[in-house]
Design a protein around this ligand. Structure first.
Ligand SMILES: [Fe+2]
Length: 423
């Protein structure tokens, strides 16, 4: 296993990709054959000097040589952050010189895609007009945001038509907003009103931002597709594939005539050589989703006969299909084991909960938070426990997941630890 900052396992993979045998690499890097062999067998360090040479002579980025386990040997299965710890991080944020929000950290984990905050809405409003002068707006942010409301809070947002709007939220209500939707929050009374604001990263990662920078502003605009109407075939996507093959309208109609399928999506995916979903438009859906507690979907788990949990579905968006949030009310003492593929953030909403992980039981109180790594098994065992759960998949989702799945179970181990020559 790699223990140094630069990974010899990754170097092996790079040499494979570049079709360089160790002796070729030694010659090009101007190091001895013995040294490259030692490096590749993990018996010598991949030193900084050699890394600089690698980057200079081959089309390789430094990131691809970094051993991420160098700084963090292990990612925790579970991380707990108590209310007491949270209180210590309290800071008042002023807007226009007035106290506006009190921020407190809740559980955060470097491997998790979310940045959760507890935010008290200090600003109080006396009316529900979206243009209230006391409300100070932000410009929105790149992270997606899920918010759970506790108390009487107004949620201000700019709707799809660009109009300032307001939603009167109460305890148990929730919302989702897409990146860059301007928003703000204010209290409708003098009580301690707060939101649990869970911002998270999905597909628009810093790596994606790097890729956009590479193509530049104008081309970044060109690459976008129309996502407005989900009921139609996506013309922009077809244009994209058409361009890739230099297909002509003439050739397309020739191909279309030969296809017997009736479904327009199937027809086009066939003639363009892509998946059916690749030519479909996105579902038309607002950038803002508001979920009121009284109208939210509720059901019993594991079923309506056993009624151990009552689940309420909270706000989510089809734009980030795997990111979901639910509230669980535990109706019976139980040992139901839960397991999920996402990173999970849990906020304790009741006075006490007992969380069982392996054979250990953690007693947690109201406003404590905890993080669970994907696939960590856990149980919420006591009656009357009430928790909020946000699940975010990270980048093992969407098309990444489909490509991985296509490799199959047999090959997944190889993807995890590609360290031998394949040719
Ligand atoms: Fe926000």
């Amino acid at each position: 296993m790699d223990t140094k900052l630069f990974s010899t396992v990754r170097l092996r993979q790079i040499l494979n990709d570049l079709k360089r045998r160790p002796e070729d690499a030694a010659r090009e890097l101007k190091i001895s054959h013995t040294k490259i062999k030692k490096i590749l067998n993990g018996k010598a360090n991949l030193d900084f000097k050699t890394v600089k040479k690698i980057i200079k002579i081959w089309p390789v980025q430094v990131d691809s040589l970094i051993n991420h386990k160098f700084f963090y040997k292990k990612s925790p299965d579970i991380k707990i952050f108590t209310k007491k710890q949270s209180l210590k991080t309290s800071r008042i944020i002023k807007r226009n010189g007035k106290d506006y929000y009190e921020y407190r950290d809740t559980v955060m984990e470097k491997f998790a895609p979310f940045r959760p905050e507890w935010i008290r809405t200090i600003c109080k409003v006396n009316n529900n007009k979206p243009t209230n002068k006391n409300v100070i707006w932000n410009k929105g942010h790149l992270l997606h945001q899920f918010t759970y409301f506790v108390g009487n809070i107004n949620f201000y947002y700019v709707n799809d038509k660009g109009v300032k709007s307001v939603a009167k939220m109460k305890t148990g209500d929730s919302m989702y907003i897409s990146p860059y939707v301007p928003h703000s929050f204010a209290s409708r009374d003098n009580l301690e009103n707060f939101i649990i604001a869970l911002t998270y990263l999905d597909k628009v990662t810093p790596q994606l931002q790097d890729n956009l920078t590479l193509i530049g502003n104008l081309n970044a605009k060109k690459i976008l597709v129309d996502v407005k109407d989900g009921s139609k075939i996506n013309k922009d996507l077809i244009k994209r594939f058409k361009n890739n093959l230099l297909l002509t309208d003439e050739e397309i109609s020739k191909r279309l005539k030969k296809i017997k399928k009736n479904n327009v999506y199937e027809k086009y995916s066939n003639i363009l050589g892509v998946n059916t979903k690749d030519v479909m438009a996105f579902d038309k859906r607002n950038k803002v989703t508001i979920n009121k507690k009284n109208n939210s979907n509720k059901w019993y788990f594991p079923n309506s006969r056993q009624k151990t949990f009552q689940i309420s579905e909270l706000a989510s968006s089809k734009f980030v299909p795997d990111a979901k949030s639910i509230e669980i009310n535990v109706l019976k003492n139980n040992y139901i084991v839960l397991e999920n593929f996402c990173h999970q953030y849990l906020y304790v909403l009741s006075d006490n909960i007992k969380l069982k992980h392996n054979s250990k039981i953690f007693k947690l109180n109201r406003d404590d938070t905890f993080y669970l790594k994907p696939f960590v098994k856990f149980s919420i065992i006591n009656k009357n426990a009430n928790v909020l759960i946000l699940r975010v998949p990270g980048n093992i989702s969407g098309d990444n997941l489909l490509q991985l799945s296509q490799l199959g179970k047999k090959n997944i181990e190889r993807v995890l630890s590609e360290n031998s020559r394949w040719y």
